[in-house]
Structures are given as C-alpha cells and as structure tokens.
Design a protein around this ligand. Structure first.
Ligand code: FMN
Length: 174
C-alpha cells in the first residue's frame, strides 16, 4: 500500500503568498506514483480555541483520524515574527500520540532572504516533542513574492531540491 502523505499549509492568512510554495510542492507530490496525497488547510480542522487531543470534538476528530492514517507529513509554513502561525500550532496540538515515529518534512516561506529558516528552527522542537522523524533537508522559499516556478531555471533548481527532500521523507517511512 502506498504511504499517505498529508501536505499542510501552515497559514490561514487571507491572500497568503505561501500558497505559491504549497502549490509547487503539491504538484511535485502529485506527479509521483509512490505515495498518496491529501492536502490540508489548517482552518478546516480548528476552532478559535485549543482543544486537547483527549477531548472528543466533531471538528478535531477528523484531524485525529487523518493523522492516524498518514505515514508522513509535509508542512509548508510562513515565518511570522520568527515563529510559526498560531493556527498551525492549534492544528498540531489537537493530536499527540498519533504523530509518534512518523516522518515530517518542513518547508519555510518568507518574503525576505532567509526562506523561513527561523520558523523551521522554531517548529523542530515541537515536532521532536511529538517524537517525529524529521527530514534533514528542509525546504526554503525565500523572496516568495518573486517566486516564479514558470521560470525554467527556478523550476529546475526547486524540482531537484523538492525531489531530494521527498525521497528523504519516504526513506524515513516504514
Ligand atoms: C504577522 C506576520 C509576521 C511576519 N513575520 C516575518 C518574520 O518574522 N520574518 C520574515 O522573514 N517575514 C515575516 N513576515 C512576512 C512574510 O514572510 C510574508 O508575508 C510572506 O509573504 C509569507 O507569508 P504569507 O504566506 O502570509 O504571505 C511576516 C508576515 C506576517 C503577516
């Protein structure tokens, strides 16, 4: 059976630019025949308050069921004030045991030159607490407003980087 990968967009900000990086990674994942893909928008599975994993709740139960089915995760997230968007943390905090031992790849997004380096560094301790297997080859999308995958050189560079990271993600599954 092919592993199910959840591709998560880490922001619910209206008009967010991270969607461009998310769409790019989604296309790369969709083009592969060695995995199954489900895309996730944080807003679909969260309230505007914290619901703990042990609470029975009609909005978070589907999230817990999805996590149980998934073998791996790809999180594409912008950096907000050197941290992660609150809605991403709300989503993640709704489960705990279900993440254990599962593979995760993080892609950081920013409009500056650091490509979300600091959000990745902020997220890693959270993922470690879940006891996840974190892919070493993070993805970075700096200058996201200028990111244009229609440009051949950009596509070539990113498709190689994304492939390497997804290969690493899959190698951590199983
Ligand atoms: C609340 C907020 C905080 C931000 N903080 C940072 C930051 O710490 N570092 C950074 O490089 N960009 C920061 N940005 C700019 C984002 O990198 C920029 O908006 C980029 O387009 C990615 O975020 P988006 O997907 O919301 O558009 C911030 C943007 C917002 C909305």
């Amino acid at each position: 059976m092919k592993p199910l990968i959840l591709l998560i967009l880490g922001t619910a900000r209206e008009g967010n630019e991270s969607q461009k990086a998310f769409n790019y990674v989604r296309k790369q994942l969709e083009a592969r025949d060695d995995l199954e893909l489900k895309t996730v928008e944080c807003a679909e599975y969260i309230h505007n308050k914290t619901i703990a994993p042990w609470q029975n709740d009609p909005i978070i139960n589907p999230w817990k069921e999805l996590v149980a089915k998934a073998s791996g995760f790809v999180i594409i997230t912008p950096e907000y004030n050197h941290g992660y968007p609150g809605e991403l943390k709300l989503l993640l905090d709704q489960e705990f045991n279900g993440y254990k031992g599962k593979a995760v790849l993080v892609g950081g997004v920013s409009d500056g030159m650091w490509g979300g380096t600091r959000v990745i560094e902020a997220l890693v301790p959270v993922l470690r607490d879940f006891d996840m297997r974190i892919v070493r080859s993070d993805l970075h999308f700096p200058n996201i407003k200028q990111f244009n995958p229609e440009d051949e050189a950009t596509d070539k560079l990113y498709s190689e980087l994304v492939k390497k990271s997804i290969d690493e993600l899959l190698s951590k599954i199983g």
